[in-house]
Design a binder for this molecule. Structure first.
Ligand code: AKG
Ligand code: FE2
Length: 304
């Protein structure tokens, strides 16, 4: 992929040479062929399905969010809200609230198209987590490299994340990227993949204070803040794409991923949601009407 400007991820300039950076492999041609889809998922650790959703569904969901942001006064009133232009200096970030009581987002993430996709992939009925992660990232913001397992490992590990952009996300607005082949390096990442951010050591007073009493995490969850040196160590390329409304990416719990930084005044809107086989146990932190999440009910002590 040729870029005419430096790409940043967590403020590090990415090496965009062909050995270090490339395009996600599309798998839309495998839809309707679960055997092939599963084979791809095993090989790549992800499935990138461009143009999966009807654009109108995505546009409705985007409008529901940009209307809320406009009402908050976060967007520049000189432009239509749907454009999502931020007022300079207004930082956004993790905004799970934007997906709450939001039927237009629910329609996308738990609607028949995506649930049907997972039912076919899993070969049985599907359960999704009851929490919808939602992000509204503004200039300078991005996500450092991590695997999702450290946040959701108390049920089946045959769980898949789904990342959906709400609107076009060119490289300078900064969408998701995955580290090629990293799902095949779990042995090397063993210590990291065993982390559960809500577990603390009962025999370490500092951890009791930090996690149980103050509600913090035993580990930041990130593998590192530096996507450039991580890639040099692990090998593979950082893979991403110029995202279009209608695209989605689903990936496994042990695939390292991160995002490009937003270098514009347009807000980057995306959801991430989780799906598994209904017959397998689900991480109790993410099930129910009022999920425990990473809150006080999720904290668990153990003797280390
Ligand atoms: O949207 C992002 O920046 C990060 C998303 C992510 O980590 C995920 O989908 O699991
Ligand atoms: Fe993630």
């Amino acid at each position: 992929m040729v870029t005419s400007f430096p790409l940043l991820s967590y403020q590090h300039e990415l090496d965009t040479s062909p050995e270090a950076f490339g395009e996600l492999r599309p798998s839309a041609d495998c839809l309707g062929q679960p055997g092939l889809l599963n084979q791809r998922l095993e090989e790549d650790g992800y499935l990138f399905i461009p143009g999966f959703f009807d654009r109108e569904l995505i546009q409705n969901a985007r409008a529901s969010v940009t209307d809320r942001l406009a009402a908050e006064g976060v967007l520049d009133p000189a432009f239509p809200a749907i454009e999502g232009r931020c007022q300079p200096g207004k930082a956004l970030g993790f905004r799970g609230d934007l997906a709450k009581q939001n039927p237009a987002i629910d329609r996308v993430v738990y609607g028949p198209e995506l649930i049907g996709f997972y039912a076919e992939l899993f070969g049985e009925s599907v359960r999704h987590f009851d929490h919808t992660w939602f992000r509204a990232l503004s200039r300078g913001q991005g996500t450092p490299p991590h695997c999702d397992l450290v946040y959701m490992s108390r049920g089946t590990h045959q769980l898949l994340s789904c990342w959906i952009p709400y609107g076009e996300v060119p490289l300078e607005i900064g969408g998701l990227m995955v580290l090629e082949g990293s799902h095949l390096q779990s042995e090397r990442l063993k210590n990291y993949l065993e982390v559960d951010v809500d577990l603390y050591c009962e025999n370490r007073p500092k951890e009791i204070e930090k996690v149980k009493e103050k509600g913090g995490w035993s580990h930041p969850g990130w593998l590192t803040n530096n996507p450039v040196s991580l890639r040099e160590k692990m090998g593979g390329r950082w893979l991403t794409t110029h995202w279009q409304p209608g695209d989605f990416l689903t990936f496994s719990m042990t695939l390292i991923h991160a995002s490009l930084d937003n270098q514009t005044d347009f807000v980057r809107l995306s959801s991430d949601t989780r799906y598994q086989r209904a017959s397998q146990p689900a991480d109790p932190r993410w099930v129910g009407q009022n999920v425990a999440g990473h809150g006080p009910r999720a904290k668990q002590g153990m003797i280390c």
